[in-house]
Structure formats: structure tokens, C-alpha cells
Design a protein around this ligand. Sequence first.
Ligand code: SF4
Length: 379
Amino acid sequence: MFGTLESKPLPLIAVSSTPANPEVRARVRADAENRPGVYRMWGPGDELLYVGKSVRVRSRLLSYFRAPKGEKPGELIRETAHIDWDYVPDEFGALVREMRLIQRHRPKYNVQHKRKRAYAFVKITREPAPRVVPAGRVTDDGSTYYGPFPRVGRVAHTIRDIAHVLGLRDCPGSTPVIFDDQLDIFAGRAPLERSPACLRADLGTCLAPCCGRPTSRAYDERVRHARRFLEGRGAAPLTILQEKMREAAARHDFEYAALVRDRLERLRIFQQELTAFRGRVDALTFVYRVPGHAGNDRVHLIRGGRLRDTLPHPKTRDARRRVAARIDAVFGAFEPGPGGLSPHEAAEILLVARWFRLKPDELKRTRAPEDWLAAKRPA
Ligand code: SF4
């Protein structure tokens, strides 16, 4: 059955003797076939109410008409003015298509997807004194984004740790900043009089560019440490915390040492998860051949956890040449990295990862692009 992943079909429980919405039902009975596909249920004002998928579209759709009034499927079918559907030869293709439609239209009955699948990104802003802040979505604002991370609350906590350990600001972007080396240029002017705009300056958890304390070079150095940490190429926040813990223990401030130890542990776990997540996403790069309905086998090209293209499984020399050309294009193209991800793309990565996690045998149908080309590209 479809529905084991992401969007479960609305549960159909009881049987009513009077079918709801007889005109729509008549059309389904006349036209729908028992083949895999994705269906859409529309309201009278052409509002998309629900998107679903099934390996047997006709049976699935007809079952809605037997749902009792008062249950969600019953309410949905009574509200539906018309239904349309596409046949998709394979379950994986249908799953991705369904998710993309739901992400794009946010139909009101797709409660699971509407339950705000919250993914978080870490954003390093593009400003004179960049900030490290959590972000719910990627926008084209020149910032660098890292992620996606599925646990928003914890990510926000960890980002705060990174900012505080490295002394990076997390105040609003509108806070005026100035650097110590700029003060030299404007010696004697107003910036010298500035006081810190928040307590972090006095607590020593921010270098405080709001009052011109760091040089731009010193601040940039800390930003570089943050980037390297998020890219899995540096451990400066961990080193700083280890040093603080050692100093606290040396002066017998065990309470503070315990606080630092907990923060250190959180950042260590975060970095391990980051590395593991990135590795798992990179590993989702292959050519995935699946059996399709009535022999319509498909070849999915998956790179970095995202479905980039789907083609019919090639049966002729010319078709193999076409698939080889697409493989070259899809897997050979330059990828800008996490900064290029939209939230929808992030959701797709998590969906694809979940598919292979729940169906590990499906990995036996995958091949590295270069292996596919070596075996199948016509000479
Ligand atoms: S100390 Fe100044 S720069 Fe740092 S977070 Fe506070 S307001 Fe922003």
C-alpha cells in the first residue's frame, strides 16, 4: 500500500448506504483505472483540498464515497467538486510527486504536511558584522545557509551556543556596528562615545561591534571559525570551551566548569550529527531503477537526496544514449552547496532519505552513475 511514507491516506472506517457526491463518483467509476497514481480533490471554487496517492487509484477514490458523514474522508468527499489524477508508474515517483504538490499548494486536508514540517537552517548573514542566526527558510539574500536540520528547537539552542562561544553578535541586523580600526580613522568622533547596546558585551559573550570594540579582522576571524565549524572543517568553538573549562576547574569554579562542559557536549553532538547528516545526504547519489506498472520501468536520477529527473528505463541503444546524456548532465553539473537549497528541496531530501531508510532493500536497485555509464553507455 502507498501511504506508509509521509502522507497516510485519510482513514476510511464505516460504510454508508448512500454514496456521497454521486456525480463525482460516476466520473470516477467511468474513468479511473486501478493503476498507481496521484490524485487531487478540488473544492467548488477550484481550491485544492487534498492530494493523495495510491497503487490502485480507482479503488482508493471509490472508497471515499463510502465514508460516513462526520469523518474527515466523508467531509472531504462532500466538499469535493471534482477530482483529477495522473498515473505514475511507480510508488517512489508517485511519492515524490505527491509531496511536491502538497508542498506547493498546501491543501487544507493534507493535515500531516500542514502540521508545519519545521526544518531549520543556520544562517550566517552578509553584513559588515555578520550574525549567526537560525532561519526557517532559505532566501536569496546573500547569506550562507547550512542545513537543513529537522529539530528546530535544538538547532536554535546550538546556534546561540556558537554565537556566544565565538563572540558573534545575534542582535537585530539594524543594530549599527563599527570596528576599532574604523575608530582610528574617525578618531574623536561620536562612535568613541558608544556604549554597548546589550548585556552580552559586559558578559564577555560578544565582541561587541555595536560599540567598536573589535577590529574588523578579529571579528571576521571568528566568523571564519563559525563557518569552518558548520562545514565540519574546524573545531574552534570546542577548543575555546575546553580552555574555559580547564580555567574554571583551575580556579575551583566547578559550577561554571559544569556549565561549560554541558555546552561543549551539545556542540560536540551537533557537529557529529552535522557530519553524519551531510554524509548520508551525499550518499543518496545514484541511478535508481524501479519496476513500473505494466512493465513501464523507470530510471530515477537522484543526487544529494533530490530527485533530479525520471526517465523510462531504456530498451534500445538510442534510449540508452539519451539516458547516458542525462546522467552526464545531472551528475556532472556544478552544485552550489547548501546555500542553494530551498525549504522544498530540503523537505525532498528528508523524504528520499526516509524512503531508503524504511526500504533498505531498494538500495539494491541503485547504481553509482559511473557504474551505470560503464555498463550501459553505447560505445
Ligand atoms: S553586544 Fe552589541 S553587537 Fe553584541 S549582540 Fe549585543 S548589541 Fe549586538
